[in-house]
Design a protein around this ligand. Structure first.
Ligand SMILES: [Zn+2]
Length: 406
């Protein structure tokens, strides 16, 4: 048995108030004791860190397979509809080995910035294998996009194959309400539920999406026409908001979390709360793609379950969750919520855990020893993390193993 005490001036357990001069006793891959450093056994190895020690962070929306080869897209300044077509173009030329290299590049960014769990959207097997082999907790959501009823049999066969990939829990990601027919979207929600799998669609990301769902017109109608997709909403729409329509198709629930949630009004946020559906906010990706600004302050004031995701390197400058959280904090402050830092650290840990339906994001006896240490200081550790934590991860421990040290 190997035992190590990880001690720090401040330990955030996320099960209670911050522990000053706290420590976490790890045996093998598990946390066995959390409390004041003075109460820890003296016979075991101690790693005394500076800064703030936290549970490993949870990235609630990423696409690890869109790795470094896609990174130039995040600074290309393309409108969303063009960006998504360029992304599809790069995808064409990649082999399985390339996909593995991309996923590995992204995963290393997670680990070196203190993230130990991820809701990863995948269209290929290599990303599932890579995330599993590096010990990242979470779920790989197999995504289906660009599927109408005629394309469904072939898409289902591909989905079935990917859902058999081992190494990591899998779920289902019906991509969006504008890249799937209504019937296919419904099929995917029923298929996931019949198998006890969780769901994770993109929802209410752009104004174009809102227009498509409401009236069946706009940029996504043009794209559907150009590529010959037969979608029920074309030309008529569903006459409701994207969130309402998703709920009507069975696409919301406590077993679902959605990405983006930008174009939502008070009644949409209420629908999300009624369905106990968490939202993974992706503030920087939304800015890069011109998708708009999510009503972060309203979500937090009204009590929606919020998590934070970076999205992929194709639409974010990096995969550092604390950089993402800082941008989200700045947005919430601009929207009139003065001190959202503690709530946002909750979103990075407990919120991510709720989004994924997994027991993650806390430090308590019996949980897997996933933790991170950040070189930050200040009277308020939550504010210190959000203000200073980006790029300052000193150490990341995954299942008791030190996988990153700066
Ligand atoms: Zn995404």
């Amino acid at each position: 048995m190997t035992a190590t005490v990880h001690a720090a001036p401040v330990v955030l357990t996320m099960t209670g108030p911050p522990l000053v001069e706290g420590a976490v006793l790890v045996e093998n891959d598990l946390v066995v004791q959390v409390g004041p450093r003075s109460g820890m056994p003296t016979s075991v190895r101690v790693r005394q860190w500076r800064g703030v020690l936290t549970p490993g962070l949870v990235n609630a929306h990423a696409h690890l397979e869109y790795g470094p080869a896609f990174a130039h897209l995040s600074s290309a300044g393309l409108p969303f509809a063009q960006w998504i077509q360029q992304l599809a173009g790069i995808r064409q030329g990649l082999s399985d080995v390339d996909w593995q290299v991309q996923a590995r590049g992204s995963a290393h960014q997670l680990l070196k910035s203190g993230t130990t769990a991820v809701a990863d959207v995948v269209t290929r097997g290599p990303a599932i294998v890579v995330a599993g082999s590096l010990g990242l907790q979470g779920i790989s959501y197999v995504e289906l996009a660009a599927v109408d009823d005629a394309r469904w049999p072939a898409a289902l066969a591909k989905l079935e194959t990917l859902l058999m990939t081992t190494g990591r829990p899998v779920g289902v990601s019906p991509h969006t309400l504008y890249t799937l027919s209504t019937a296919v979207f419904r099929e995917l929600t029923s298929l996931a539920r019949a198998r006890g799998m969780r769901l994770h669609p993109h929802l209410a990301e752009t104004a174009d999406e809102a227009e498509w769902v409401l009236s069946g017109t706009g940029a996504f109608q043009e794209i559907a026409e150009r590529f010959g997709f037969q979608f029920e909403l074309a030309g008529s729409g569903a006459g409701v908001s994207a969130v309402r329509h998703c709920a009507d198709l069975g696409g919301l629930g406590p077993d679902v979390h959605v990405a983006h949630g930008v174009h939502v009004d008070a009644s949409d946020r209420a629908i999300l709360r009624e369905h106990r559906t968490a939202v993974a906010l992706c503030t920087r990706s939304n800015a890069v793609l011109g998708a708009g600004e999510a009503p972060v302050a309203d979500y937090l004031r009204e009590g929606n379950v919020i998590a934070i995701g970076t999205d992929s390197l194709a639409s974010a400058p990096d995969l550092d969750l604390l950089a993402e959280a800082r941008a989200t904090r700045d947005l919430a402050v601009r929207q009139g919520l003065p001190r959202p830092e503690e709530q946002l650290v909750e979103a990075l840990t407990l919120g991510g855990a709720k989004a994924l339906g997994l027991d993650l994001g806390t430090l308590k006896p019996g949980c897997r020893a996933d933790l991170a240490v950040f070189d930050v200081t200040g009277d308020d550790p939550y504010k210190a993390l959000i203000d200073q934590g980006a790029g300052r991860c000193l150490a990341t421990v995954v299942g008791g193993r030190l996988v990153h040290r700066r």
